[in-house]
Design a protein around this ligand. Sequence first.
Ligand SMILES: *[C@@H]1O[C@H](CO)[C@@H](O)[C@H](O)[C@H]1NC(C)=O
Ligand SMILES: *[C@@H]1O[C@H](CO)[C@@H](O)[C@H](O)[C@H]1NC(C)=O
Ligand SMILES: *[C@@H]1O[C@H](CO)[C@@H](O)[C@H](O)[C@H]1NC(C)=O
Ligand SMILES: *[C@@H]1O[C@H](CO)[C@@H](O)[C@H](O)[C@H]1NC(C)=O
Ligand SMILES: *[C@@H]1O[C@H](CO)[C@@H](O)[C@H](O)[C@H]1NC(C)=O
Ligand SMILES: *[C@@H]1O[C@H](CO)[C@@H](O)[C@H](O)[C@H]1NC(C)=O
Ligand SMILES: *[C@@H]1O[C@H](CO)[C@@H](O)[C@H](O)[C@H]1NC(C)=O
Ligand SMILES: *[C@@H]1O[C@H](CO)[C@@H](O)[C@H](O)[C@H]1NC(C)=O
Length: 508
Amino acid sequence: MPKFLVNVYLVTLLVFLGHNVEGLGVNWGDISSHKLPPKDVVKMLQENGIKKVKLFNNDETVLNALAGTGMEVMIGISNQLLKDLVNPEVAKKWVKENVTRYEPKSPKGVNITLVGIGNEPFLRDYKDTLTNVTGPALENIQNALNDAGLGDTTKATVPLNADVYLSPSWNPVPSAGFFRADIVEPLKYILKVLDKNNAPFMVNIYPFLSLYYGNGAFPFDYAFFDGVSNPLKDKDGVEYTNCFDANLDTCAAALAGEGYSNMTIMVGEMGWPTDGNPYGNVTLAEKFYKGFISYLAKGKGSPRRPGNIEAYIFALFDEDRKSTLPGNFETHWGLYYDDGTPKFPLDLHGKNKTLVPVPNVEKLSKKWCVVKPDVNNFTGLTTYACDRADCTPLTKGSSCQNLNDADKASYAVNAYFQSQQQKDDSCDFEGKATVTTKDPSQGTCNFTIGFKTLTSLAPSPSHLPSSDHSSSSDAKPHSSSSISLSPPKSLAFASMGIFFLVSVFNNL
Ligand SMILES: *[C@@H]1O[C@H](CO)[C@@H](O)[C@H](O)[C@H]1NC(C)=O
Ligand SMILES: *[C@@H]1O[C@H](CO)[C@@H](O)[C@H](O)[C@H]1NC(C)=O
Ligand SMILES: *[C@@H]1O[C@H](CO)[C@@H](O)[C@H](O)[C@H]1NC(C)=O
Ligand SMILES: *[C@@H]1O[C@H](CO)[C@@H](O)[C@H](O)[C@H]1NC(C)=O
Ligand SMILES: *[C@@H]1O[C@H](CO)[C@@H](O)[C@H](O)[C@H]1NC(C)=O
Ligand SMILES: *[C@@H]1O[C@H](CO)[C@@H](O)[C@H](O)[C@H]1NC(C)=O
Ligand SMILES: *[C@@H]1O[C@H](CO)[C@@H](O)[C@H](O)[C@H]1NC(C)=O
Ligand SMILES: *[C@@H]1O[C@H](CO)[C@@H](O)[C@H](O)[C@H]1NC(C)=O
């Protein structure tokens, strides 16, 4: 091939790849005790070429930072608000104050393209409290958007957990997918509204949770995108080599069953945590994301849904105030650590670039807090520190599990010390702890250093790694990682991926 043709080919390939990962967005949550300035975060997103963000609320400072960037923004409405939005007047006011005000159609405004109505409102854990209000809330918000002249560019949708659909245990294949019987009626209401307004169906899909809830029964390779030796066989010779495709197509089949075979499916959350579980580490997260990004870049889609897929990574940052009731990995979903450092290199756009960090972050001094050598009862100080800072790396299967008791106590007091911005009196613990300049990190266990932040919230009380954290408190789980507070009960439904693949593989 002549050289210029090679170049044309390369350029075409790059443009092609670059174009096709444009469906990629990120979930930017804020359940953190220490936050980075939204302006700097937006700069980072722009430098990474990320053009879509999904928020869980409508924080003014975040929206102001996104104004004028052209970035596509999905804002959220909390589950608690849904019952009020059954009143159309309340919905109208909500849209006026929280959408129209930001002038979504103006180049100087915030390009709000999606509004999330609640978050996974049909989770079994909510015991039906939201099933009858979600549809009307969706309808009222979309009507209000339409009345405000925004209906063509701003769509309301309901981010759902993948447990709303499944396949029968006697035919556990994607093509047999259907919606859960207990929510199918309220869901039909939602589908009608979405269809009428040409709005997308949104679902959260987590191959990690398939492994987690699968307890060893789920075939490991299916969680990734590197191929498997033993594909799942569906009818008409269709084969599945990863549970993302299988899950997505189960959803597509369920939609087709209700007469919506053409409804757009968007993936609201998709990600891999890096600690708090044997499957949660940086190596596996990197493997997962590399596979997923290249899957998206190819633009091939799944057997039933060929073509580009819009998907939002969960999440942008680690969020230390998330409830750990669903699992100790909950505080480790970030593509970035809470200090704005990427956890691993990742090329989001097929342009041979890697993730850039958040600019202007100032790390605190190279100082750590450790327990003094003569201390031998660690109970009191560990409880105190872990009640107020994130100690999940100390739990079984996590990055610091192999430390001895004294070092574990040091990890705990250091986590507290850093969360307190290294304030002098925060490394005392009645004289049992002291500051050192020698990094106590060992092996996979990272004794972190904090960063300077303006917003430092009251600590979350729900971080005890022991089982006695009774308070789920303010940090209501908001990702589908909150799938279940009691894994065994919902194992069958936790993720479609697990249920049918486990049964299929037990039968092979
Ligand atoms: C909003 O995003 C869409 C999709 O990328 C784009 O077509 C549109 O021009 C943007 N609107 C503004 C006002 O930036
Ligand atoms: C705007 O949104 C916030 C958060 O969802 C909510 O508390 C507030 O009531 C909304 N404004 C109106 C007028 O509904
Ligand atoms: C929801 O609505 C259905 C149909 O009107 C009704 O049978 C059911 O009891 C309602 N559920 C709740 C929790 O209100
Ligand atoms: C789906 O879209 C295709 C192509 O646009 C069209 O031929 C088909 O009739 C549509 N099906 C439904 C159920 O709307
Ligand atoms: C990551 O997790 C996998 C599965 O548990 C394990 O095989 C691997 O050794 C881990 N890697 C690191 C670096 O911890
Ligand atoms: C990608 O970048 C790296 C270093 O920045 C370079 O070594 C490598 O050759 C590049 N690869 C391609 C395909 O351009
Ligand atoms: C260790 O400290 C805890 C809390 O301060 C206390 O309740 C416990 O009795 C102590 N254990 C021993 C063996 O002294
Ligand atoms: C340790 O964690 C911090 C964030 O708290 C991160 O910036 C740093 O890169 C991590 N170091 C290692 C070796 O993983």
